[in-house]
Design a protein around this ligand. Structure first.
Ligand SMILES: [Mg+2]
Length: 157
Protein backbone atom coordinates (compact mmCIF):
# COMPACT_ATOMS: atom_id res chain seq x y z
CA UNK A 1 0.00 0.00 0.00
CA UNK A 2 3.09 2.24 -0.02
CA UNK A 3 2.06 3.67 -3.41
CA UNK A 4 -1.07 5.12 -1.84
CA UNK A 5 0.57 6.56 1.24
CA UNK A 6 2.84 9.49 0.44
CA UNK A 7 5.56 9.99 3.02
CA UNK A 8 4.33 12.38 5.65
CA UNK A 9 0.64 11.59 5.05
CA UNK A 10 -1.32 10.81 8.16
CA UNK A 11 -4.27 8.45 7.83
CA UNK A 12 -7.18 8.34 10.22
CA UNK A 13 -8.08 4.94 11.64
CA UNK A 14 -11.11 4.70 9.33
CA UNK A 15 -9.01 5.66 6.29
CA UNK A 16 -6.42 3.07 7.26
CA UNK A 17 -9.12 0.41 7.68
CA UNK A 18 -10.65 1.29 4.32
CA UNK A 19 -7.21 0.95 2.70
CA UNK A 20 -6.53 -2.42 4.34
CA UNK A 21 -10.03 -3.75 3.57
CA UNK A 22 -9.84 -2.62 -0.06
CA UNK A 23 -6.70 -4.72 -0.58
CA UNK A 24 -7.50 -7.79 1.51
CA UNK A 25 -7.62 -11.07 -0.43
CA UNK A 26 -10.64 -13.32 -0.05
CA UNK A 27 -8.37 -16.04 1.41
CA UNK A 28 -7.05 -13.74 4.15
CA UNK A 29 -10.51 -12.44 4.96
CA UNK A 30 -11.89 -15.98 5.02
CA UNK A 31 -9.20 -17.15 7.45
CA UNK A 32 -10.03 -14.23 9.75
CA UNK A 33 -13.74 -15.10 9.71
CA UNK A 34 -13.02 -18.82 10.32
CA UNK A 35 -10.64 -18.07 13.21
CA UNK A 36 -13.08 -15.66 14.83
CA UNK A 37 -16.02 -18.03 14.47
CA UNK A 38 -14.05 -20.98 15.93
CA UNK A 39 -12.73 -18.82 18.77
CA UNK A 40 -16.35 -17.98 19.58
CA UNK A 41 -17.31 -21.67 19.65
CA UNK A 42 -18.98 -22.07 16.24
CA UNK A 43 -18.45 -25.10 14.00
CA UNK A 44 -17.21 -23.98 10.59
CA UNK A 45 -17.32 -25.97 7.34
CA UNK A 46 -15.41 -24.90 4.25
CA UNK A 47 -14.89 -26.84 1.01
CA UNK A 48 -11.11 -26.72 0.60
CA UNK A 49 -10.77 -28.00 -2.93
CA UNK A 50 -13.74 -26.56 -4.78
CA UNK A 51 -12.56 -27.91 -8.16
CA UNK A 52 -14.41 -31.18 -7.69
CA UNK A 53 -17.28 -29.68 -5.70
CA UNK A 54 -20.54 -28.02 -6.66
CA UNK A 55 -19.93 -24.54 -8.09
CA UNK A 56 -21.79 -21.66 -6.45
CA UNK A 57 -22.21 -23.15 -2.97
CA UNK A 58 -21.36 -20.57 -0.28
CA UNK A 59 -17.79 -20.51 1.08
CA UNK A 60 -18.66 -21.15 4.71
CA UNK A 61 -21.32 -22.97 6.67
CA UNK A 62 -21.19 -21.81 10.27
CA UNK A 63 -23.22 -23.72 12.86
CA UNK A 64 -23.98 -23.10 16.52
CA UNK A 65 -26.18 -21.44 19.11
CA UNK A 66 -29.33 -22.66 17.36
CA UNK A 67 -28.32 -21.05 14.05
CA UNK A 68 -27.00 -22.15 10.66
CA UNK A 69 -25.22 -19.45 8.65
CA UNK A 70 -24.36 -19.84 4.97
CA UNK A 71 -21.79 -17.17 4.09
CA UNK A 72 -20.35 -16.22 0.74
CA UNK A 73 -17.17 -14.21 1.18
CA UNK A 74 -15.93 -11.63 -1.29
CA UNK A 75 -13.12 -9.10 -1.59
CA UNK A 76 -14.08 -5.42 -1.43
CA UNK A 77 -14.74 -5.39 -5.17
CA UNK A 78 -15.74 -9.02 -5.63
CA UNK A 79 -19.12 -9.65 -7.25
CA UNK A 80 -21.55 -12.48 -6.66
CA UNK A 81 -21.58 -14.82 -9.63
CA UNK A 82 -24.76 -15.36 -11.62
CA UNK A 83 -22.97 -17.74 -13.98
CA UNK A 84 -24.60 -21.14 -14.28
CA UNK A 85 -22.09 -23.82 -15.19
CA UNK A 86 -22.91 -27.07 -16.94
CA UNK A 87 -22.32 -30.61 -15.76
CA UNK A 88 -20.59 -33.07 -18.09
CA UNK A 89 -24.03 -34.31 -19.13
CA UNK A 90 -25.08 -30.74 -19.98
CA UNK A 91 -27.34 -30.06 -16.98
CA UNK A 92 -27.31 -26.43 -15.84
CA UNK A 93 -25.86 -25.88 -12.34
CA UNK A 94 -27.02 -23.15 -9.92
CA UNK A 95 -24.96 -19.97 -9.64
CA UNK A 96 -23.78 -18.35 -6.37
CA UNK A 97 -26.81 -16.06 -6.46
CA UNK A 98 -29.14 -19.03 -7.09
CA UNK A 99 -27.70 -20.87 -4.06
CA UNK A 100 -27.92 -17.87 -1.76
CA UNK A 101 -31.51 -17.08 -2.77
CA UNK A 102 -32.58 -20.68 -2.17
CA UNK A 103 -30.79 -20.86 1.17
CA UNK A 104 -32.44 -17.62 2.34
CA UNK A 105 -35.85 -19.20 1.81
CA UNK A 106 -34.97 -22.51 3.42
CA UNK A 107 -35.40 -24.02 6.86
CA UNK A 108 -32.61 -26.53 7.49
CA UNK A 109 -33.53 -30.18 7.97
CA UNK A 110 -30.99 -32.79 9.09
CA UNK A 111 -31.03 -36.43 8.01
CA UNK A 112 -28.68 -39.40 8.04
CA UNK A 113 -29.47 -41.23 4.82
CA UNK A 114 -28.51 -44.84 4.12
CA UNK A 115 -29.16 -47.11 1.13
CA UNK A 116 -31.95 -48.77 3.14
CA UNK A 117 -33.82 -45.43 3.03
CA UNK A 118 -33.90 -45.44 -0.79
CA UNK A 119 -37.68 -45.98 -0.88
CA UNK A 120 -38.29 -42.89 1.29
CA UNK A 121 -35.86 -40.53 -0.45
CA UNK A 122 -38.09 -39.74 -3.49
CA UNK A 123 -40.90 -38.77 -1.08
CA UNK A 124 -38.49 -36.77 1.11
CA UNK A 125 -37.39 -34.79 -1.95
CA UNK A 126 -40.89 -34.29 -3.35
CA UNK A 127 -41.31 -30.60 -4.28
CA UNK A 128 -44.96 -30.68 -3.23
CA UNK A 129 -46.31 -30.94 0.29
CA UNK A 130 -47.87 -34.40 0.11
CA UNK A 131 -48.80 -36.79 2.90
CA UNK A 132 -46.07 -39.11 1.64
CA UNK A 133 -43.50 -36.33 2.05
CA UNK A 134 -44.59 -35.64 5.62
CA UNK A 135 -44.42 -39.37 6.38
CA UNK A 136 -40.90 -39.64 4.93
CA UNK A 137 -39.77 -36.50 6.79
CA UNK A 138 -41.18 -37.83 10.05
CA UNK A 139 -39.65 -41.29 9.69
CA UNK A 140 -36.24 -40.00 8.62
CA UNK A 141 -36.19 -37.21 11.21
CA UNK A 142 -36.95 -39.81 13.89
CA UNK A 143 -34.14 -42.04 12.59
CA UNK A 144 -31.72 -39.11 12.65
CA UNK A 145 -32.78 -38.22 16.19
CA UNK A 146 -32.15 -41.83 17.28
CA UNK A 147 -28.75 -41.92 15.58
CA UNK A 148 -27.88 -38.70 17.34
CA UNK A 149 -29.00 -40.13 20.69
CA UNK A 150 -31.76 -37.55 21.10
CA UNK A 151 -34.55 -40.11 21.52
CA UNK A 152 -34.29 -43.75 22.65
CA UNK A 153 -34.24 -46.40 19.90
CA UNK A 154 -37.54 -48.18 19.36
CA UNK A 155 -37.55 -51.78 20.70
CA UNK A 156 -37.07 -54.40 18.01
CA UNK A 157 -36.20 -51.99 15.19
MG1 LIG B 1 -16.22 -16.39 -2.20
Amino acid sequence: MSDLVESGDVLSVSEFKRLVFSRMSEATFQQQVINLARDLGWFVYHTHDSRRSEPGFPDLVIVGYGRVLFCELKTARGKLSTERGLTRSGRQMPSQVDWLRRLREATPEVYVLRPSDSDLIPDLLSPSETAARWAAMTTLAQQAAMELGLVPAVEGS
